[in-house]
Design a protein around this ligand. Sequence first.
Ligand code: ADP
Length: 731
Amino acid sequence: MQIEDLSGLPDGVTEHFVSAGIEELYPPQAAAVEAGVLSGESVVASVPTASGKTLIAQLGMLSAIHETDGMALYIVPLRALASEKAAEFEAFEQFGLDVAVSTGNYEEDGDWLGNADVVVATSEKVDSLIRNGADWIDDLACVVADEVHLVDDRGRGPTLEVTLAKLRSRVPNLQVVALSATIGNADEIADWLEAELVDSDWRPIELRTGVHYGDALHLDDGSTTELPTGSQDQTEALVADTIAADGSALVFVNSRRNAEAAARRLGEVTESALSAADREALQEVADEIRAVSDTETSEDLAAAVEQGAAFHHAGLARGHRTLVEDAFRERLIRAVSATPTLAAGVNTPSRRVVVRDWRRYDGSTGGMAPLSTLEVHQMFGRAGRPGRDPHGEAVLLAKSHDELEELFDRYVYADPEPVRSKLAAEPALRSHVLSTVATGFVHSHEGLLEFLGETLYASQTDDPSRLEAVTEDVLEYLDRNDFLVRENGDLRATPAGHLVSQLYLDPMSAAIIIDGLRAGEGSPSPLGLYHLVSRTPDMYELYLKSGDESTYTEIAYERERELLGQTPSEFAEGEFEDWLSALKTAKLLEDWAEELDEDRIAERYGVGPGDIRGKVETAEWLLQAAERLAGELEISSASAIREARIRVEHGIRADLLDLVGIRHVGRKRARRLREAGFETREDLRQADPGRVLAALSGRQKTTEKVLASAGHPNPDLDGVEADEDTPSSQH
Ligand code: ADP
C-alpha cells in the first residue's frame, strides 16, 4: 500500500511522509489502515519494536483531527518521552496543527491545552487533568496509548487502565489506538477496548537471536559461529567483533552503576576503532556533556564519550540523554551500556544488542529476579537498523552449558507472558476509587462497581468477587480517614477527599501527612517536614546501604524531637527500617536546602544528579500538597511548610528566601548577592549597580536582568564598571 494513496488526511501530510522516506506502508501499517484506523475505528496494534507503530498512531490522530475537528491525545509511558514524542509531531505544525506537551505539576486543569490539536502527556498527567476538571477532554476524537502492555505494571499500570476506561466512558465514539509490544493475548486488550486487532510479528529487518557461550555464538536458526573471547570478557569480545565489522552495539545491564562501569570498559574497546575525525567530533560531544552539568556523572560520561562509548540510564540529565542518543544514532558513539528502563521508547537501533544481565535486583524479595520474556524481547527489538545493517542480532550471555539451555528456553524460544491487569490491588484502587467518586464519575456503590466493570481487570477475571472485596476494603479505608462518606449505598467525597484527589496524592500519603502535621502542629522544622513527606508512598525510597542503618539510627535519636509523630520501636523491624530510609531521603533534602554542592550530595547518598532533581521535585509537590491540606483542615503549620518548600525548591538556606523570589536569581547567584551584603529585593532595588555587577562576577547581561526583575529604576549598565571593593568580586 502506497502512502500517497491514503485519503482522509490533512493536505500535504502524505507528501510530508514521502519526503521523510516513507513511501510504502509496512505490512502492519497497511493492516491498520485496512482495519479502519483512517476512518475512526479503534485499533490495537501488537507489533514488534521498531516496526513503525508510531506511524499507525499518527494516521489515527491526523485523520481524526481532519475529519472531526476534534483533538488527539497521545499518552506516553514515561515523562522523559513526552517532549521527544512532541518533537516528532512538531513536523505537523506546518499543516496548521498545534502540538502541546503537558508535563509539570499536577493540580491544574490545563485549560490552555484546549487550544492544541495534539496533546502529549503521561497517563498520570491525563488522570490528574481529568480530576481537575479539564473540559477539553470532551473534544477528544482520538486517544493513543503507547506501550499499552504496561497495564501489566504493578506500579503504573492501573492508572493507564483507569484513565482509558474514564476517557472511553466520558467521550462517546472515542477512537482508541493502542500500541503494544508483541504479546500473546493482544486479543484480550482489543476485546476490552472494542478495537480491531492488528497482530503481527513482521519486522523491517531480519532479527537473529541467540546466546554466547564459551567461544561460540549459538543462534536460533541452529547455527554456531566461532567467537573466541581471548583475553576479553564476553561482552567486550562481542562488542569488539561488532565494531570490527563496522557496526554499533547496545549492551543492557541491570543497574545504573553497572551501566557506568560497563561504559568505562567498553571505551577501551571502542577507542581503537576511532579515526582522527571521530576523535575530534567526540571531543565536541564530550564538551557539550560537561557543559550540561558539573558533576561526577557528567565527567564520567564525557570521559567515556571521548573514547567512543557511553552509558544511558534514567539518572542522567535530559540534556545528557539527548546528546548520547544523537551521537549513537550518528554512529560516533559505537557502544552504549543502558538499563532496561530505557529499552522502551528510545529509538536507538544498533547492529548488535547484548543482554548482559538477565536478572535484576528485586526490592520486594531482596534477591535477584529474572527479567520477563517481554522485556528481553523488547531489548532484542533494538537490534538492526533497516537499510544500514544486513540484519540485527541480539545475544544473551551464558556462563555454563546449563545456563545456555535455560536462556534458550526462557528467552530465545519462549513467547512473552500474557498481559494481566494489576488493578485489583489496594494501593492502586485507593487512589482511583477516591478520584472516581470525587470527580462525579459515580455517585453510588453500585455505580462504582459498574464503572470498574468497564476495566481490563473485569474483562479478564474469572472471579469478580475479588475486585468487589478489595473495593470494599478501600471504601472502608477512605471512610475511616474522612475522605469519603457512605450513606445508604451513596458515595460522596468530603472536602478533604476532593482536595486529595485534585492534588493527585495517594490517599495514604495524605493520611500520613495529616497525622504528622497534627502531631507536630505549630512550627515543624524543615527536617521534620522532609521526613514526613519522605515517609509517604508517593516518595520513592532510597535504600539503606550497609552501614546506613547505624548512621541513621543515631540521627533518628539525635533529632527525634523534630520528627513528626511517634518513632516506631527498633523491634518493629520493617517499620523502623522504613522510618530510617525516609530519614536518609530527608537528610538528602536537608543537605540540598543547606546549599551543599550537588556533587557532594551525589557522592554522599550514592545517587545521580537526576535522582536529586527527582527527589527535590517530589518533595516540592508533596509539601505544596501538605500546605493545602493544612489550610483545609485548619492545622496551623502552613507558613513553616511554605518556608521548607521554598528552601528545598531552590536549594537555599533561610537567609536567601527573599532573594530567590527574584527572577533570574538561583541558589548560586543569591548566595553571591548575599555575601556582597544584599539581603532583600528592596536592597537590590536601591542598589548601586556597580556593586551588583561585581557581586555577579562582572556579568553585564545577567546583572541587567536581575536588576530589572528586582524593580531597579535604572537597570541599564552601559558604562558602569564593576565595583572592585565588594568582597565577592573574587568569585
Ligand atoms: P516503533 O514505534 O514500532 O518502535 P517506530 O515507529 O519508531 O517504531 O519506527 C521505527 C523507524 O521506522 C522510524 O525511524 C520510522 O521513521 C521508520 N518507519 C516507519 N514506517 C516506515 C515505512 N513505512 N517506511 C520506511 N520507514 C518507516
